[in-house]
Design a protein around this ligand. Structure first.
Ligand code: ATP
Ligand code: MG
Length: 612
């Protein structure tokens, strides 16, 4: 309990009051009653002194031992005898005892301070004298009494005094007894209250201890709960973090998956775009010959729609026996090689021509099995060119051989039999040899030009300002001299028409065009050369009235080695002239076009940029 400050304070307060109540009795109540008793005794003494003083005229007499009235003495003696008075002394104004119930004291002077300082100055003075102690004047007593000095004043002057001993033993005993009684009562009550207080406080302490314990245990529970909440919060936060990281991991995975998916789609689109953009036909089949893939070029080639044929068998889609036969053949042969090439011909209306097919094995998978990839390339042109090249070789050999035979024949004739011939004949032979040599040289020049063009080096051109009108005039004049069977007409102004060109190559162009016009026109045919100046161009037309061309011939005329009628031995040539001509015109940033109808003649139109 003492450990609980609050209870300790209450207990100390209660203890203080338990001690204070009896002390109050001892140190306040009892002295207060004693003071009251003294006061009452003083009052009685005062009344008594007044009464005996007045009754015995003591004020009117000088207080001396011999002048004390007898009546006074008798009264006093009587009162003493009756036990009412214990002792009485009468003092003169000088403090001398002039009368005393104890006769031996008469004549003695009281010179004590209290007498001089207090009583002689008219003040009442009293003193409680306990049993077996000394009175104020130094005499011993066996009673409890109050010794009272009452001054007798006469017209304001100290006349004398009376000292009365009042026995208060019974009152004091009674007071003491009451006081003791009340003290014991108070002590009992205080102890009772203290015990009660102690018990109450003990109980309070127990309940406080219990409450404190409960609080401690509650705090413990609370702390435990808080710890658990904190721990749970930590667990939840950890779980939350794990969940968050798992979610972000999943999001990342999803993102990566989406990106991979997008990349796959892009790759698929790219592959599809590539497959769709391949100009050659592409067909993929599985090991059952069912079509897995067909690109737009193949759709066009076989005149089918992918949506209709995917999953169908190849023989059901393509009615080309020669192709199917080859496919069946390569399927077995592919066991030994990666790919096999073969040609096949299509004579259908949609895509006639010669095609080269490259058959490769499709990489084996569980789904596709041992499929085939057919890559079909249109080689019609290549084959035509091959054909033309073959023809060119035989023709070139023939073209070279004919003039060469003549050169050899005439030169041998001149060497062996020179003397048999007249000078003009020898000159004619030499002229023939020269003409044929020029022809051979031109032929070889054409072949060399073509070879330079073909190997990518191109022709070497030296550009100068050339007067095209003068150039045409000159070439036409040269042709007129040689080709007397044909008529030539020129239609252009003689004012200079300037182009930025290689002059020698422009002459070559004119010779080719005029050579063709002559070659493919009947004798007597008119050949017109028209030169016109347009806004930014110079237009040159070479017009003949010859055999003309079909549309197909016209379309192919610029192809190298192309000759409309290779069997026409009357019109000799290598089929290079127009292709070289077109190359030269293009190199001058110009253009060339053919306008022709079969049997109605031909117009070759050339445009060259004008120099201003
Ligand atoms: P080369 O010119 O090499 O000696 P070529 O004349 O046959 O031989 P090109 O000049 O390239 O060859 O002409 C190609 C083909 O075009 C000719 O073979 C011919 O069939 C046709 N051709 C060209 N010019 C005419 C024309 N003016 N009239 C009719 N056909 C022509
Ligand atoms: Mg020609």
């Amino acid at each position: 309990m003492l450990k609980i400050p609050y209870l300790r304070n209450i207990l100390l307060t209660a203890f203080f009051f338990a001690i204070a109540f009896p002390m109050y009795e001892v140190y306040y109540i009892f002295p207060a009653y004693q003071a009251l008793l003294i006061e009452a005794t003083e009052r009685d003494a005062l009344r008594f002194v007044r009464s005996v003083t007045i009754r015995n005229n003591l004020e009117k007499i000088e207080l001396r031992a011999d002048r004390i009235p007898e009546s006074f003495i008798q009264d006093i003696v009587q009162l003493k005898n009756e036990g009412i008075l214990v002792k009485l002394r009468v003092f003169s104004a000088l403090g001398e005892i002039v009368f005393s119930t104890q006769a031996d004291e008469v004549g003695t002077v009281n010179d004590k301070d209290y007498f001089r300082e207090s009583v002689a100055k008219g003040h009442l003075y009293s003193e409680l004298v306990h049993k077996e102690s000394m009175t104020a004047d130094g005499t011993a007593t066996d009673l409890d009494l109050i010794e009272t000095y009452v001054p007798v004043m006469l017209e304001g002057q100290f006349h004398g005094a009376m000292e009365i001993y009042s026995d208060i033993t019974p009152e004091l005993n009674s007071l003491r007894s009451n006081s003791r009684h009340s003290f014991s009562m108070l002590v009992t009550v205080s102890i009772g209250l203290l015990v009660m207080m102690f018990l109450v406080l003990l109980r309070a302490r127990n309940s406080i201890v219990a409450r404190t314990r409960a609080e401690v245990s509650l705090r413990g529970v609370n702390e435990n709960l808080e710890n658990r909440v904190e721990q749970r919060t930590h667990e939840l936060s950890t779980a939350n973090q794990l969940l968050a990281s798992e979610i972000s991991e999943r999001k990342r995975a999803q993102h990566a998956q989406r990106e991979a998916f997008v990349k796959t789609l892009e790759a698929r689109d790219r592959v599809n775009a590539i497959i769709s953009s391949v100009a050659d036909a592409l067909l993929v089949t599985d090991h059952h010959d069912s079509i897995l893939l067909i690109n737009p070029a193949a759709e066009k080639l076989f005149n089918v729609k992918a949506s209709d044929v995917i999953g169908c068998r190849l023989p059901d889609v393509i009615g080309l026996d020669n192709l199917l036969l080859e496919v069946a053949k390569v399927r077995t042969e592919l066991a030994n090689s990666d790919s096999i090439d073969f040609d096949f011909i299509m004579s259908s209306d949609s895509s006639p021509g010669v095609y080269q097919c490259r058959a490769s094995r499709l990489r084996e998978t569980a789904v596709n099995g041992r499929g085939l990839i057919l890559f079909i390339h249109d080689v019609t042109r290549e084959r035509q060119i091959d054909q033309m090249k073959t023809e060119f070789v035989s023709m070139a050999a023939h073209e070279l051989q004919t003039p060469l035979t003549m050169v050899l024949g005439y030169s041998e004739l001149l060497l062996d039999h020179s003397k048999q011939f007249e000078p003009h004949e020898r000159r004619e032979f030499l002229q023939i040899i020269n003409d044929k040599s020029v022809e051979l040289s031109g032929l070889i020049d054409d072949i060399l030009d073509l070879s330079r063009i073909e190997d990518g080096h191109g022709l070497k051109l030296t550009f100068t300002h050339v007067n095209l009108a003068a150039l045409c005039q000159q070439v036409v004049a040269d042709f007129e001299k040689v080709n007397t069977q044909h008529r030539f007409a020129t239609e252009f102004t003689h004012s200079p028409v300037l182009v930025d060109a290689d002059e020698a190559r422009l002459i070559q162009v004119m010779e080719n065009l005029l050579g063709n016009a002559v070659k493919y026109s009947p004798d007597g045919g008119l050949i017109r050369v028209v030169l016109k100046q347009e806004e930014n161009w110079i237009r040159l037309d070479v017009i003949d009235q010859g055999i003309g061309m079909t549309d197909e011939e016209r379309a192919n005329a610029f192809e190298r080695f192309y000759r409309a009628d290779a069997s026409n031995t009357a019109a000799r040539g290598t089929g290079l002239g127009l292709s070289i001509t077109k190359y030269i015109v293009d190199a001058h940033a110009g253009g060339i076009e053919i306008f022709s109808r079969k049997g109605k003649g031909t117009r070759l139109e050339i445009r060259l940029p004008l120099v201003r």
